[in-house]
Design a protein around this ligand. Structure first.
Ligand SMILES: *Cc1c(COP(=O)(O)O)cnc(C)c1O
Length: 363
């Protein structure tokens, strides 16, 4: 069973390679596995030896633009177990479109969106057919699916063999699936404003590329060593405006009821959960503003804060520390609007609320 967000890849994976004749050569790969029941009974050592095999792709080249220079991009999306035993994916069309944009941004041939949709669907289906899928548990209803499990899909690009500087002309697109429980460990949801810069104007902050993750991972680790769960980035020029969490978009509810989030631009990643939450909040009659978010304003006027992303869902931030000062939101507890939005989103995802927006895609 999934514990947090760890790599226990399911057996079936997908690869597509762009070839000289400008088509994508697709392959579904069945990596070594037993039945889920037999795997449950294996010793930790045996299971980790099996996973080792499952997590490696010997056909992919070791030395290439992706492993050497970070020239690659990726996506993250989830399939959620529904009460009727099926699985449904949340807005995979949006992920396909963003992957396409990211690949173009890195000057590689873009992966067609229809192939993306078909591939994520089939990877989930093939794993499901050999028993690898989360099983719907009515217990999850009690905490509005906060304890719910899902399948995490990770599509990513991988370049052809190369050592000189260059862009990938014949990339692979790989899709793997792994089970996932809740992402953030409960207990600590304190955030620290970092003085590092995640993204700079005219850079790559607007696409989901590997290289963007280097600085956030360092900042998050440093924040963790100082006792915080999350690092929050300000703009790189003035260090005045809030931009993002380490790999999540960020929202603040002001005391006057307005929900604010940084406006999109080339230093903000256009999150699909961000977009969905903005729409759900609007439906609830909340005034939402996408604009510049001064750190001084939220330190003083915000009474709720949360981050959004596929791995995190909607996760509250209990406090924000900046310049030696700490703002505590909702007395350190999860705020009401945060809870409402988290619940609304999860209910749609697990099929407990009607999907009136066409966000859920069947497998
Ligand atoms: C992936 C990502 C997000 C969240 O995007 P979702 O589509 O909601 O998962 C936010 N910020 C950064 C930097 C990201 O890479």
């Amino acid at each position: 069973m999934a514990k947090g967000f760890t790599l226990e890849t399911y057996p079936w994976a997908y690869t597509a390679r762009f070839t000289e004749d400008k088509t994508w050569e697709e392959e579904y790969i069945e990596n070594p596995h037993k039945s889920p029941a037999e795997e449950e009974k294996m010793s930790p050592d045996e299971f980790s030896a099996l996973l080792q095999k499952r997590n490696s792709f010997p056909q992919l080249p070791l030395v290439n633009y992706t492993t050497q220079y970070g020239m690659g991009c990726f996506e993250g999306l989830k399939a959620f177990p529904q009460k009727d035993g099926s699985l449904k994916m949340f807005r995979p069309d949006e992920n396909g479109a963003r992957m396409n944009k990211s690949m173009s941004g890195l000057l590689m041939p873009a992966f067609p969106e229809d192939l993306f949709l078909d591939a994520v669907r089939k990877v989930v289906r093939k794993n499901m057919e050999c028993g690898f899928k989360p099983v719907y548990d009515p217990e999850w209803e009690k905490d509005n699916y906060i304890s719910g499990h899902s399948v995490y899909l990770r599509p990513f690009t991988y370049s052809e063999p190369a050592i000189g500087l260059g862009v990938s002309q014949f990339p692979w697109v790989v899709i793997v699936a792994t089970p996932v429980g809740t992402y953030f460990a409960p207990g600590n949801s304190k955030a620290l404003v970092t003085d590092k810069s995640r993204a700079t104007p005219n850079g790559t902050g607007w696409i989901k590329c590997n290289a963007n993750y280097v600085i956030p991972i360092i900042a998050k680790k440093q924040a963790a060593l100082a006792g915080y769960m999350e690092a929050v980035f300000l703009d790189s020029i003035e260090q005045k405006y809030v931009e993002e969490g380490s790999s999540c978009n960020i929202f603040f509810k002001l005391k006057d009821g307005t929900l604010i989030t940084p406006q999109l631009g080339d230093t903000i990643l256009p999150g699909i959960n961000r977009k969905s939450v903005i729409e759900l909040a609007g439906d609830m009659g909340v005034k939402v503003e996408e604009r510049k978010v001064p750190i001084t304003e939220v330190m003083e006027k915000a009474d709720e804060c949360f981050v959004t992303g596929t791995a995190a869902g909607v996760s509250y931030i209990e406090s924000l520390t900046w310049n030696g000062k700490t703002a505590v939101f909702s007395g350190g507890n999860q705020g009401e609007l945060t809870t409402e939005l988290q619940k609304a989103l999860k209910m749609i995802q697990y099929g407990a609320a009607e999907d009136t927006k066409g966000w859920m895609f069947s497998i």
